[in-house]
Every structure is written in C-alpha cells, then in structure tokens.
Design a protein around this ligand. Structure first.
Ligand code: ADP
Length: 499
C-alpha cells in the first residue's frame, strides 16, 4: 500500500532530487515534492507546508544545510532533516548532526534513505504528540493556577502529606491574613482554635480525608490578626502518593448568621402563633359565657331584672372590645408588613385625640380603672394621620393600664417648637434596662404570658406609625418603679406617605 509523503528537497541539482525521490517511491512512498536551493525560497516553502521530511544537500552554490537548519531553528519548526550529500568528512557530518540534522547519507548510498525517512517521520510524529501533550498539561496547569489565584473569597491551597502548607493563593492571603512567605511550610493547624479541638481536630479532618477521599466540616478558625470567623473547611486527598491534600476554606459567617436568624424567626413565629391563639380564645370563651348566661337569665323568667342582663351584656361587650383590639393589631401588622397602610395626614389637635382615647377607655371600664390624668394646657396642633395617632395613644395607654399596677397614669401633651411631644407615665412594674430596646420589636415581650395578656405587637405598631410620621419613641424605666414612654412628632407632615 502506498504511503503519502510530502518532501521538501533542498538541492541545486534536479538529477539528485530525482534520484532520491525515485528511491523513496521504490520503497512504496507516494511523494509530493518541491525543490528549493535558496534561503528565501526555502523559507517560503516552509510556510507553504506542511512537510513530512526535508532532504538537503550539504553544499549548494547559494545555500547550505547548516543555513537551512539555522532557518528551521529560527522558525521553530521541528521536521525530520536528512542530509544527502556528495562526499563529506566525518567532522562535517558530526557538526551537522549537532546543528539539528537527524541523519546523514552520501549520495551514492541512498538505498538506506527510505528506512531512515520512515524512522525519522515516526519519531517526529512522536515528538509532536509529546509536545502537544506537554502543551495540554501546561495549559491545564496554567488554567488551574489562574483559577486558584483568582478565587478571592475562598482560601484554596495545597498541603503536603504531613499537613504543612505547600502553596497559597490570593484568597487565602485575603481570608487568613498570612502572606505566602510567612505560611508556606507551616502546619495548617496554625488556623485552628484550641476551644475548637486545635491540632488534634485538624489531624482528624485530614485522617478522614485520607480515608474517605474528601471531608468537609464547619468550625471557627483564627486569622493572623487573632480574629475568629466561622468557616467551611474542606479537605480533598490528592491521589498521587504520598498523599497530600487540597484544602479549601471559605468564610460562611454570613450564611450562619442568616440561618440563626431564620431559626430564631421561626421560633418567634411559632411562639406568637401559640400566644395569639390563646389570646383570641380567651375573650371568645368569655364572650360565649356572658352571652349564654344572659340568654339563660331571660329564659328563666319574664321578670328577670334588666340590670342583671345589662351587666352580662356589658361584660360581653368588654370581651368584644378586647377581641376587636386584638384583631385590629393583627390587621395593623398585616397592613404595615405588606406596605398597604397609608397615612392620610390632616390637621389635628393631639390633646383632643388623647382626651378622646382616654374617654373611650373610661367608658369601657366606668369607675373601675386607675385614675388617668391628662395634662394638656393648650391645643397641640399638627398634621397627622388621625387613626394612626389614635392607635399610638391607645396602645401606650392600654400598656400603662395593663402594666401600671393599678396606680395613676399621667399623660402630657405639649408643643416643643416644630415638634409635638406626648408622654405616658405609669408607676407600675417597669422594664429592665436590657429589655428596653427589644420590646419595640415584633412579637417581643418582657413579661410572662401567663401573667399578662398580649401579643407583643403594640409597641412595634406604635413605633412603625410614629416613624412613618418622621417621629421617634423612647422609653425611660426602672424595674418596679414604672415607665415613661415619650413620643416626638414633627408637627407638619407633608403629603401622604406609605408605611
Ligand atoms: P404586649 O403588651 O401585647 O405584650 P407590646 O408590644 O405593647 O405588647 O409591649 C411589649 C412588651 O413591652 C410587653 O410585653 C411588656 O413586657 C413591655 N411593656 C410595654 N409597655 C410597658 C409598660 N408600660 N410597663 C412595663 N412593661 C411594658
């Protein structure tokens, strides 16, 4: 079977070219060939390639094999280069081989040419495959190096079989604070914390990675500056023996914080649901009892005193009011969180709103509750949302009544320049200093639920409404002494804002 062969002949004699080609075709090669005998035409032919082999005379009038070899080297081309020459000394032959020729023949001895060509073509092919394989590895290594050095939020580095740092990337420097010259050669346990198991824990992680191929865990680590962070550490065994490891560390503190917050939010929600169902159930049960006993009184005799029935119905109305209050709080929360609560500012007298709310409370518990004093020497005019401000006063007053230990309550309303100030003072159980911020958050309470009814929503709603008006709310309180809630509101609210 004929074998195709592309031959570049560097030769000034067409006869010699023919001689060599004939020898190759006799051996079964189907050649395509070109003859050149000058540097320029040689260079052009090289570029026009591809060629499988170069057969070159040693000396020509305008060219030579050593010059052709120099051009090949210059062009970084690796082709089998066989010198076929008249008569040459051994010294020149050795010199040419050193310059890169692969074989050397006398023109009168070309019978060995085909086998030499076959060998050199095969070897050139193998050299090419090896070069390509090396190039692929080099490219893969370069890509891996680029990837690793560009990972800025992960520390990714190699450990030797003893667990010492063997390489270091920019992310590792950024995350752990060590430069590569400070850390390479040091044990990876330098980042470990004693209270997290220290050196032994790291050894255990590597032991498991060695046994299982890969091991991932989360723990606190220490940076060079001594600060701690919550990290995910994964170690992967390198399969070459002796086994080293790839260690990847990333800061997952934010993820852990969010997760903790989520767990806490679910806990608070579950607690709220249990409190809410209990809180709603109590007035409903009481309402049913009062209405039931009113009905029984009427059934029993036509002459039942109206007063007795009224008493039951008044108690029932009180429970209805409580129920309405709870449902309103839930509706407020839904409106606020869904952004559907809107302020409709209008000109109001804050003193008048306060007096209305107090009157409403007194109507529901005539003569039964503690004394509520309102100090509002003059009108306090401003532009506010009526129902929002009503809810603020109502919540603060109902808290003062609930937690005020039955003692008198003082409410004052005054103008302070371009602001209005409302203070609600009670002399009840007070609030511990470390609870005073928390109680303004949703569902947060600072009292045992079995002693005081409530959903833990009132102050949160109050703060949302006050802040939506551009105002602020503060509490001053001493445990067992009572509390003062102070609301500051700007007196002019421009336009209508969403809450
Ligand atoms: P609730 O009263 O339904 O629990 P709030 O949001 O109105 O919800 O109040 C949150 C918590 O703040 C209450 O559970 C209570 O611990 C505390 N608190 C509110 N007002 C007072 C007050 N005047 N005196 C003492 N504690 C109060």
């Amino acid at each position: 079977m004929s074998k195709p062969l592309r031959v570049l002949v560097v030769e000034d004699s067409p006869d010699d070219e023919e001689l060599m080609i004939a020898e190759l075709e006799r051996a079964g090669y189907e050649t395509s060939h070109t003859r050149v005998d000058q540097p320029d035409t040689f260079r052009d032919a090289l570029h026009r390639g591809p060629w499988d082999v170069i057969l070159a005379d040693h000396n020509m009038p305008c060219f030579s094999a050593p010059r052709a070899l120099a051009i090949l080297a210059e062009e970084r081309i690796d082709l089998p280069f066989i010198i076929v020459s008249g008569s040459v000394s051994e010294a020149i032959a050795v010199e040419s081989m050193k310059a890169g020729a692969h074989d050397f023949f006398a023109k009168n001895n070309v019978t060995r040419l085909p086998s030499a060509v076959e060998r050199e073509v095969r070897e050139a092919r193998m050299r090419k495959e090896r070069r390509e394989a090396f190039e692929q590895i080099r490219r893969a290594e370069e890509q891996a190096r680029l990837i690793v050095s560009n990972i800025k939020d992960h520390a990714a580095f190699l450990l030797d079989p003893e667990g010492r740092v063997a390489s270091w990337n920019a992310g590792a420097e950024q995350l752990l604070g060590y430069g590569d010259e400070e850390i390479i050669g040091r044990p990876v346990s330098v980042f470990a914390l004693e209270d997290e198991g220290g050196e032994q824990e790291v050894a255990e992680q590597l032991r498991r990675a060695l046994a299982e191929g890969q091991h991932t865990t989360e723990c606190f680590l220490r940076r060079k500056d001594g600060t701690r962070f919550w990290a995910e550490c994964s170690s992967s065994r390198i399969d070459d023996e002796p086994h080293g490891f790839v260690r990847v560390i990333r800061d997952v503190g934010e993820r852990k914080r969010l997760l903790d917050e989520l767990v806490q939010a679910v806990r608070v929600r579950d607690e709220f649901l249990s409190i809410a169902s209990h809180e709603l159930n109590t007035p409903v049960t009481s309402l049913a009892i009062q209405l039931g006993s009113a009905a029984r009184l009427l059934d029993r005799s036509a002459s039942t005193p109206v007063d007795k029935v009224r008493q039951k119905l008044t108690a029932a109305i009180r429970q209805m009011d409580r129920l309405t209050g709870l449902i309103n709080s839930l509706l407020d929360v839904t409106r606020i969180t869904s952004g559907k609560l809107q302020l409709a500012p209008e000109r109001l007298d804050l003193a008048e709103v306060v007096r209305d709310v107090v009157a409403r409370f007194e109507k529901t518990t005539p003569g039964a509750g503690p004394r509520v004093e309102v100090a509002a020497p003059s009108p306090v005019a401003g532009c506010w949302d009526r129902s929002g401000i009503d809810r603020v006063v109502e919540n603060l007053l109902s808290n003062a009544l609930k937690y005020g230990a039955g003692k008198p309550i003082e409410i004052s309303v005054e103008t302070a320049g371009d602001r209005a100030r409302l203070s609600v003072v009670d002399h009840g159980i007070g609030i511990a200093a470390d609870e005073q911020e928390r109680i303004f958050q949703r569902f947060e309470r600072a009292v045992p639920e079995r002693h005081y009814a409530g959903l833990g929503l009132g102050l949160w709603i109050v703060r949302q409404i006050v802040e939506a008006h551009g105002g602020s709310i503060h509490v001053r309180s001493d445990e067992g002494e009572g509390s003062t809630f102070t609301v500051d509101l700007p007196r002019l609210v421009v336009g209508s804002e969403h809450m």
